[in-house]
Design a binder for this molecule. Structure first.
Ligand SMILES: Cc1cc2nc3c(=O)[nH]c(=O)nc-3n(C[C@H](O)[C@H](O)[C@H](O)COP(=O)(O)O)c2cc1C
Length: 192
């Protein structure tokens, strides 16, 4: 199962619309994918004692279990103040180490204003690279996002739309190649 992560908890988020559309694209390629929403975390439950599996709140541990079992992570990342939203880093800091990250395939779509979410994606790539995830090199950036998507989260421009379709298909192939060669995070025979 690919987890399509909405990298914000903002109400009315464009990232969520886009992520919903990405889930449909995976389904069209006969690949299981679903939304993973940071808005389902009960942030009021979190406290400084929860950095460790035993102490996690239920809403947090439910999502981390999904991360730990995911065949791939597709991160839909908006730009907030020149980087990715703080809630994403807080979420990541509660993940299982090394299981959540190590050899887990991860793909990025950035969105924002003039720079199209380049900075949040590159900042997040550093985190995943540091933690030995398998970072898929094809990235997509949506600039002036508010004017280029429709209500269903689909980009109106056919060239950009095609770029996303190709990225989704190639990410599926990337995951399968890692699974076939037993290099995937979920393989019994990993090099962990
Ligand atoms: C708190 C906040 C900070 C933002 N900072 C930036 C920024 O630094 N650069 C930029 O290009 N866009 C910035 N934006 C615009 C967002 O990237 C854009 O509105 C995008 O749709 C946000 O994703 P969301 O709709 O999923 O929340 C910011 C938006 C918010 C809400």
């Amino acid at each position: 199962m690919i987890e399509v992560v909405v990298c914000t908890n903002r109400d009315g988020s464009n990232s969520k619309k886009i992520a919903e559309n990405i889930v449909k694209k995976f389904a069209a390629s006969n690949t299981d994918a679903r939304l993973l929403e940071l808005s389902s975390i009960d942030w009021s439950e979190l406290n400084s004692n929860q950095y460790g599996e035993e102490a996690r709140s239920k809403s947090m541990s439910d999502l981390i279990k999904r991360i730990d079992e995911a065949s791939g992570l597709y991160m839909v990342v908006p730009e907030y103040n020149g980087s990715y939203p703080g809630v994403v880093k807080t979420f990541i800091d509660y993940w299982s180490y090394p299981k959540s990250f190590e050899k887990r395939p991860v793909c990025f779509l950035g969105l924002g204003g003039i720079f199209g979410g380049l900075r949040p994606v590159e900042h997040l790539q550093q985190v995943f690279g540091y933690r030995n995830a398998f970072v898929f090199p094809e990235r997509v950036f949506l600039r002036d996002v508010w004017s280029i998507i429709d209500e269903a989260g689909e980009v109106k421009d056919p060239v950009l739309k095609d770029l996303i379709n190709v990225q989704v298909k190639n990410f599926i192939t990337f995951i399968k190649s890692l699974e076939d060669s037993k290099l995937h995070a979920n393989s019994n025979n990993t090099l962990n």
